[in-house]
Design a protein around this ligand. Structure first.
Ligand code: DX5
Ligand code: ZN
Length: 223
């Protein structure tokens, strides 16, 4: 039987003024990884968390931190992510100017898991050349840049396509769905083939409930 999906809280949605308490709650709930979105205002039109924040969180908790880079200077920012304690780093595969295999190798040789991100406008088969060398794929459920957006429905089909490609080729990468995950669509993502889910404004950080209560409710959706 497939094990329960990993919960990756996106710290962009956390209460920054209550971060220590929120991390303690999430650690006790045994979340799988803290998802750290790093943006530079250029690759996407927004700013988000930064490397000091990553360093503070990764030195406080034993729960791994995974970095989702949405920046122009990918090589530099991979290096900084590794220095600041990232256990996993992913960057966007639509970047045709990058030597993707070399960057994946750089992440792995720094002792972290290497991930590639697929944006909603990209076809799943664009990832094929690198699927044998990536530890995980972040399948975006929204256009990258902002938390709290509505889930794009055809993401489920895209997860199914990626999951059957994985089965056909026998690759071991994990599928992490990021953006718009809610109490309603979480189980559908898992049935489509997702192994892990980024949990944000529409589920565990929803203002309709407290964090502990929301995590319990979200975990129940995954059973
Ligand atoms: C979007 C980010 C997501 C975002 C998810 O660019 O990559 O990680 O924080 O937040 P929700 O779950 O609220 O869409
Ligand atoms: Zn993200």
């Amino acid at each position: 039987m497939k094990s329960k999906a990993g919960i990756f809280p996106t710290l962009a949605c956390a209460d920054y003024l209550d971060l220590r308490n929120q991390i303690d709650i999430m650690d006790r709930a045994k979340v799988a990884s803290y998802h750290i979105d790093i943006m530079d205002g250029n690759f996407v039109p927004n700013y988000c968390l930064n490397f000091d924040y990553l360093k503070a969180v990764s030195s406080y908790t034993d729960t791994p931190c995974d970095v989702h880079l949405m920046t122009g200077e990918v090589e530099r920012d991979i290096r900084t992510s590794l220095e600041c304690g990232a256990a996993a780093v992913a960057f966007h595969s639509e970047r045709t100017d990058l030597d993707i295999p070399a960057l994946l190798r750089m992440i792995k040789s720094g002792g972290a898991k290497a991930g590639l991100v697929l944006s909603p406008h990209q076809a799943v088969h664009e990832l094929e050349p690198w699927l044998g060398m990536t530890d995980y794929v972040i399948m975006m459920g929204v256009k990258p840049g902002f938390a709290g957006q509505r889930f794009i429905d055809d993401t489920l089909d895209r997860v199914r396509t990626l999951s059957s490609l994985r089965l056909d080729k026998g690759f071991p990468f994990r599928i992490l769905v990021d953006g718009g995950i809610s109490f309603e669509n979480a189980a559908k993502c898992v049935s489509a083939g997702a192994d892990d889910l980024v949990a944000g404004a529409l589920c565990i950080f929803s203002k309709d409930g407290g964090l502990e209560e929301n995590i319990d409710r979200f975990s129940a959706c995954l059973e």
